[in-house]
Write a protein that binds this ligand. Structure first.
Ligand code: TRP
Ligand code: SF4
Length: 406
């Protein structure tokens, strides 16, 4: 059973610091973040500790990778005034929560995550039989739960990690949300909302508990979210009381699947640095021009006079991202009749990519020339994130009985 569904609109997502980003990151992730930041409260962070779970032997480039990635985020339009941008290792609350959650996470949950075995096999040259690597999803859970985020924009490959996060949250609430006198406290909290709201809450709760009415549950949650005068503790009680006998201290997040299909690379496969088929966001225009001009085309078009088939051409996959349908029809006809050559076909694509990269590169240059500005954006973002994470950790410590002698 999910928590706060339809009510908790805080968004959080992270990326491992891989250095400079390419058009695949832009179309697959960053454009989405840029849009989300105007409709939701957003937290975006660099998962630098996650990078160490696989690259602990060579952390040397980490600083450069983090800086390059943050500059590319900013260049793509992720805005420090619209969202909170931070670096994981600057918020030590993630580490504390990771430790505390590790206490309640059964080993089997982690061993069963598909990426655990897959990655160990794919990265055979590294020894990934470590405690830290096994705990990757616990750290990721701490990232999300420290902010009580409701929505986590991620790709398909991260859904299994989010499922672990949901299970950990559920187990945490089950173990630590059971305070003595819960029902009495919840009943008192209901009365604090005033007669009318209290009656409505009881009615919705009954409809959910007796008839399994999910709609009633959703309505009740929205109602609770708008109750200004409830204390944090009472709010958690009333969320939990809707569904059962425990407080909801850590709400279960939902994955928010990124709509964009795989961005094609220069060779028709998915764009990826490791395939060496990527156009970097900060490539010089001359290099972009050269990369697209030398792209392979339909192998049947050996000579200019040979007709081609766009569906067999990697260039075409990029036209489908960049070129309006009307122009595309003309190009496709020209390809099939050998009316145009491949260079003619590539030219509008080169122009479209350069037009998209122009403003991104201009902003990237500005940020790259001002390291103090980038540093202060990250420092301020990390401090703001910390404030939020601190509040959650206060709650978590109290729930686990760690609030003595304070
Ligand atoms: N594991 C994610 C990835 O490889 C990165 C990540 C770390 C993350 N913590 C997160 C994503 C929290 C979303 C939320 O892409
Ligand atoms: Fe590909 Fe365009 Fe050449 Fe046809 S004309 S083969 S679509 S590059």
């Amino acid at each position: 059973m999910s928590s706060h569904q339809g009510a908790n609109q805080r968004v959080l997502s992270g990326m491992r610091p891989t250095g400079r980003l390419h058009l695949g990151h832009y179309h697959g992730v960053l454009k989405n973040w840029v849009e989300l930041q105007h409709s939701y409260e957003c937290f975006f962070f660099v998962a630098d500790w996650h990078a160490l779970t696989t690259h602990y032997e060579s952390p040397g480039d980490l600083g450069q990778h983090v800086t390059d990635m943050v500059i590319d985020w900013l260049a793509a339009g992720v805005s420090p005034s619209a969202s909170t941008l931070f670096v994981q290792s600057r918020v030590p609350e993630h580490a504390e929560l990771h430790l505390l959650l590790s206490m309640i996470t059964p080993l089997g949950w982690l061993e069963r995550v598909p990426t655990y075995k897959d990655q160990q096999e794919q990265l055979r040259e590294r020894d990934l039989a470590t405690y830290g690597f096994l705990g990757y999803p616990v750290l990721q859970s701490a990232d999300v739960l420290a902010y009580r985020a409701g929505l986590v924009p991620v790709g398909e490959d991260q859904v299994a990690h989010l499922e672990v996060t949901r299970e950990i949250a559920r187990r945490f609430n089950h173990l630590y949300g059971r305070e003595p006198g819960f029902v009495e406290k919840a009943e008192l909290a209901i009365d604090k909302m005033g007669k009318k709201t209290a009656r409505r809450y009881r009615d919705l709760r009954k409809r959910f508990q007796e008839q399994g009415d999910d709609e009633a549950l959703a309505v009740a949650r929205v109602m609770l979210d708008s109750q200004q005068n409830l204390s944090l503790g009472d709010r958690e009680r009333l969320f939990g009381y809707l569904e059962g006998g425990a407080k909801i201290i850590l709400p279960e997040p939902q994955p928010m699947l990124t709509p964009m299909a795989k961005m094609p690379g220069l060779d028709g496969r998915k764009m990826s640095k490791s395939y060496n088929n990527a156009i970097s966001l900060r490539s010089e225009p001359a290099q972009v021009d050269q990369q697209i001009r030398t792209m392979p085309t339909d192998p049947a078009r050996v000579r200019r006079t040979d007709p081609g088939d766009p569906s067999k051409c990697p260039v075409w996959a990029l036209h489908e991202v960049y070129t309006p349908a009307s122009t595309r029809e003309e190009l496709a006809a020209g390809c099939r009749s050998a009316g145009i050559g491949c260079i003619d076909c590539k030219r509008p694509l080169i122009e479209a990519v350069l037009a998209e990269l122009g403003p991104i590169q201009e902003r990237a240059r500005e940020y790259a020339a001002d390291p103090a500005l980038v540093r202060s954006i990250v420092s301020e973002g990390s401090e703001a994130a910390r404030e939020e994470a601190r509040e959650t950790l206060d709650e978590v410590r109290r729930a686990m009985g760690l609030d003595y002698l304070r």
